[in-house]
Design a binder for this molecule. Sequence first.
Ligand SMILES: [Zn+2]
Length: 128
Amino acid sequence: MGNRKRWTAAERESVYQKTGGRCAYCGKAIERRQMQIDHVIPMEFYETYKVVDGRDLNDMDNLLPACRSCNNYKDTLTLDKFRAALEHMPLVLERDSTTYRNAVRFGLVTPTPHKVTFYFETLNARTH
Ligand SMILES: [Zn+2]
């Protein structure tokens, strides 16, 4: 996408420090060089936000550090859709995976469906 920018070292460091070096979503510790910069509001909405709100989705307030797995999985999803997709996983596995159903039946895996709170949200809760 043409609006994606190259980050300076200072910008990368600012994003990295937002969560103290952890993935904003799953909370896993990440190395600086492994960190991926996620657009919380996906870049596919770039033009809309620019035109309607005069907001640049490359601004710091729309950026969070993410591990590769979370960044790949979130992809173009909004925060709400990413959360819903995660919360839906036990049902998807139950529907699609024989291995999962067998593991549950034999007590090797215990489904614990619950509301997903992202790591960065626990940080916000503490500062407010
Ligand atoms: Zn993660």
